[in-house]
Design a protein around this ligand. Structure first.
Ligand SMILES: [Fe+2]
Length: 296
């Protein structure tokens, strides 16, 4: 790759110390991807598609197929945008990497999903501390073709624009909603619990762990419970929240969050992995091997 991402600084956020990049959108430098970068895409694509059979929800798999994503080459944003625009009137925009919260929220509120243009190196197939093209494209973009989920992500963006004005506490509560749904969400289906969260579908290990391990809790979706729940940034999650439908997510965003933030701000956060009375427990985790690091 001839171009290098323009990282501007590191910022301490609730996700830890993260690099923040230039905020402008960029053209995907498609012609500059090397053979090795296309191969990284192909390897990850084949591997995840195999693992996700019977684990990811049908909406994810079917929508990914509708985009025509394949292992042959890194997809071109403009090709995906033709499908996405016609499907749900969303579009993807190329970015250098993680954006400051307010810029990110503004994109979502306007039905634009920022996608990192660069892809991980061959030695980083299994772990990367920040989102790259594989996570953003393979993981996030397919679900944006689902009309209800697409509206949910926009509603989240609008909520983010508001929460950003309200301050850090509101932002922390709202960010947890994104984390426990868009990134690490599970859904109940007639065939059993399935994955829709992007952080899971783009990870080989967690795609299996979240459904099949006895260690983590699997808990029924509850908006306020989720907003109070801390999460792990350095290991697999300790809690996975399970929705019954995408409509349930959309409905949860209908109330004005301002009074909810005010009420929850007075309560203690719930540590990752802890169960509470009132939880709709689908699976009680064994908690085996948990230590106290990396919780936010
Ligand atoms: Fe993500």
């Amino acid at each position: 790759m001839n171009t290098t991402p323009r990282r501007v600084e590191y910022q301490q956020t609730d996700k830890g110390s993260i690099p923040v990049y230039t905020t402008g959108t960029v053209e995907q430098p498609w012609a500059d991807y090397t053979r090795s970068e296309h191969e990284v895409w192909a390897t990850l694509f084949r591997r995840q598609r195999e693992i996700l059979q019977g684990r990811a929800c049908n909406e994810f798999i079917e929508n990914q197929q509708r985009f025509g994503m394949s292992p042959d080459a890194i997809p071109k944003f403009q090709d995906l945008n033709r499908v996405l625009k016609a499907g749900t009137n969303w579009e993807i925009v190329g970015v250098e990497g993680l954006l400051p919260d307010d810029v990110f929220f503004d994109h979502l509120a306007n039905r634009r999903f920022p996608v990192t243009w660069w892809i991980r190196k061959p030695e980083q197939l299994d772990y990367l501390s920040e989102p790259d093209l594989f996570h953003d494209l393979f993981g996030h973009v397919p679900m944006l073709l689902n009309p209800v989920f697409a509206d949910y992500v926009q509603a989240y963006g609008r909520g983010g624009v508001k929460a950003h004005k309200l301050g850090a506490e509101a932002l922390t509560l709202l960010t947890r909603l994104y984390w426990h749904t868009v990134e690490f969400g599970l859904i109940n289906t007639p065939e059993g619990v399935r994955i829709y969260g992007s952080g899971i579908v783009s990870s080989r290990g967690e795609s299996i762990f979240c459904l099949e391990s006895d260690v983590p809790n699997r808990i029924g979706f509850d908006l306020e419970r989720i907003m109070l729940t801390q999460y792990k940034i350095d290991t697999y999650q300790r809690n996975y929240f399970v929705i019954d439908s995408f409509q349930q997510l959309m409905d949860a965003t209908k109330p004005d969050f301002t009074p909810i933030y005010a009420r929850l701000a007075k309560l203690e956060s719930i540590p990752a992995g802890e169960l509470r009375p009132g939880d709709r427990v689908i699976h009680r985790g064994t908690g085996e091997g948990w230590s106290d690091t990396g919780t936010t």
